[in-house]
Design a binder for this molecule. Structure first.
Ligand SMILES: Nc1ncnc2c1ncn2[C@@H]1O[C@H](COP(=O)(O)OP(=O)(O)OP(=O)(O)O)[C@@H](O)[C@H]1O
Ligand SMILES: [Mg+2]
Length: 586
């Protein structure tokens, strides 16, 4: 039995993959019928040729020759058409199936909770969605159907040979087949190991190149080009070794097959000639037909090892992809209650939170935000400010206590409906490699350029957008790399404002920004928070002096609450933060 990654051929897995062919059942059946027809047509050809020689040429029967030749040409044309149909259908099937699987997989990935993405390297997921799925298509285009077709053809040909020809002649000429099987098995094992090594090295190459291109600034800044180059050369060396190893098996296997096939023909000629010379029943036509059959038998036999490997690699890829598709643990939990008209009353009561067990991040956090209020959260880096937002948005589950929105427990709320009424500006703004316009509207076709520019005017960033080459058409590069952190956040403000949300949640960028951008941000904030419930995490305390309330967080606990004036007069934690910032800016 064949092996998949060390264990026996996984038939259950195979059935699961085959289930994806269900919508294309008729195409699948059509392909199977075609392979059967092709097997029969291929077998008929040498038998016809025997008749041409024995019944027409040697009998000098011209009309019979013409008849047989017409039949032969018809057969060839039918075979060619059949082959075209089969190749087209099999690949159509493979591509259709992987399109379905890929869409299903991406859809599933969108439902996973963020904790899953903290644990899983993105590169690995990209490999699953792109190249692993591509490998699955080969199960259909080059694997299962072709293997079935080849085995069927081999069986029909062997049957026909024994039926139509002298059985001893057939047995003698095919006596090398056991050696062929041994050679094939050896080749299959060797090539499988080599292929796995190649795949590992390709994956290493991918990871290295991806990481080092992203981190080029670090490599150059620390002058590590040479060291990194050495590492890269080592990986390339191993990649080359692995490929050369696979070539070694091919280079040796194919000549062996050639020799075996020549031996087989030699045996046929030897036995057939001896038989004919001693007055036996073997005819010239029969001998010719056998020689053609031997050629036709060896071709699929030679390829079978390769095809089994393709099938196995497809199975390995399927296993990985199906594992993701069947991962139900990581699907984001969601409540049923839909809050239609969000008021924006937020309440945290004794909330405890941790990303990983036994590592408490928020401890006994309680606070309330009334409708229309602006509440600011401040505190040292790592205090848990962004974590409060993650909990509030339902990105991660809280372990103890209660978070309610408009009086409804967050765990019972349908978060998708909720998030549509909330605008979130993250600390680290992510921009897609697209135009400013697309990044702001995020697929909402109803927002016109006019509305966009007017909104930009209202929050005071029209000038900034105007100054970008091309304005709204300006393409921010991948990851928004060409805009500064402050500029990216300005675009995120516009993104938030344009949706006219009921609730605004804002996590101010940590990176230092120039005083001009800071002024822009302050002005935009005034417009953004006006008449709506807002929770604002501020790093620059100048931003939040107008907040209704300021919550000071320290190591996951609330230590002070009050307005800017009250907290300053208290000369406590907030006062210290304020002093520190003032000192560093002065
Ligand atoms: N996804 C995560 N998985 C595990 N731990 C995390 C995760 N995100 C944050 N943490 C940890 O939680 C703690 C609080 O982080 P958080 O991002 O809430 O701090 P913060 O107050 O927003 O800091 P900053 O001012 O630097 O933005 C930190 O110790 C951090 O290491
Ligand atoms: Mg933060």
């Amino acid at each position: 039995m064949s092996q998949v990654g060390g264990k026996a051929f996984d038939f259950k897995l195979f059935l699961k993959v085959m289930a994806y062919a269900k919508p294309y059942r008729s195409l699948f059946i059509f392909s199977v019928i075609l392979t059967v027809v092709l097997g029969a047509l291929g077998t008929a050809r040498p038998i016809l040729i025997r008749s041409v020689i024995d019944d027409a040429i040697l009998q000098v029967n011209a009309p019979e020759l013409v008849r047989l030749m017409i039949l032969l040409v018809g057969l060839l044309v039918a075979e060619a058409l059949g082959q075209f149909g089969f190749m087209y259908a099999a690949n159509w099937l493979g591509q259709s199936i992987i399109k379905d699987i890929r869409i299903e997989l991406y859809d599933r990935l969108q439902t996973f909770k963020l904790g899953f993405y903290d644990r899983t390297p993105i590169g690995q997921l990209v490999t699953r969605v792109v190249s692993d799925i591509e490998t699955i298509s080969q199960i259909f285009s080059q694997g299962i159907l072709v293997i079935f077709g080849d085995l069927f053809r081999i069986a029909v040909m062997l049957g026909a040979m024994f039926f139509f020809f002298n059985p001893v002649l057939v047995l003698v000429s095919l006596s090398v087949i056991p050696i062929l099987f041994i050679a094939t098995r050896w080749f299959q094992r060797g090539i499988k190991g080599a292929f796995q090594q190649v795949r590992t090295e390709v994956s290493n190459l991918n990871t290295f190149v991806q990481e080092h291109l992203s981190g080029m600034a670090i490599v150059q800044a620390f002058g590590r080009e040479q060291q990194e180059m050495d590492k890269f050369m080592k990986i390339n060396d191993r990649h080359r070794q692995a490929n050369i190893k696979s070539i070694f098996y091919y280079a040796l296997f194919f000549p062996i097959i050639e020799v075996l096939s020549a031996m087989s023909i030699g045996l046929a000629v030897w036995y057939g000639g001896m038989n004919a010379a001693t007055g036996g029943s073997v005819t010239i036509g029969e001998l010719t037909a056998i020689i053609i059959f031997i050629g036709m038998l060896f071709r699929p036999l030679r390829q079978l090892a390769d095809r089994f490997n393709t099938l196995q690699m497809g199975m390995v890829a399927s296993e990985r992809v199906l594992k993701l598709l069947n991962n139900h643990e990581d699907i984001e939990a969601n409540g049923m209650k839909i809050i239609q008209d969000l008021q924006g009353e937020i309440s945290f009561q004794n909330v405890h939170f941790s990303y990983n067990k036994d590592e408490p991040i928020l401890r006994d956090v309680s606070f309330e935000v009334a409708k229309g209020e602006t509440v600011a959260i401040v505190g040292a880096t790592g205090a848990g400010k962004s974590t409060i937002i993650s909990a509030l948005m339902g990105f991660y589950p809280y372990s103890e206590g209660s978070i309610t929105i408009d009086g409804v427990e967050l765990k019972d709320i349908d978060v998708h409906a909720l998030r549509q009424q909330v605008a979130l500006v993250l600390q680290d703004v992510f921009l897609f490699s697209d135009s400013v316009r697309s990044n702001v509207v995020l697929g909402d076709q109803h927002i016109t350029d006019e509305q966009l520019l007017k909104a930009a005017e209202t929050i005071g960033i029209a000038e900034f957008i105007d100054e970008l080459p091309g304005g709204l058409d300006y393409n921010v590069q991948e990851r928004g790399g060409v805009l500064s952190a402050g500029q990216r956040q300005l675009l995120a403000f516009l993104r938030a404002y344009i949706t006219q949300p009921k609730v605004l949640i804002l996590d101010e960028a940590t990176s230092s920004i120039d005083s001009h951008t800071e002024e822009l941000i302050q002005r935009a904030l005034m417009a953004l928070t006006k008449d709506r419930t807002s929770v604002i995490i501020a790093h620059r305390l100048s931003t939040i002096q107008h907040a209704d309330r300021i919550i000071v967080l320290d190591k996951g606990q609330i230590v002070e609450v009050g307005s800017h004036q009250v907290l300053l007069e208290k000369e406590g934690a907030y006062f210290n933060l304020y002093e520190k910032q003032f000192a560093s800016e002065a």
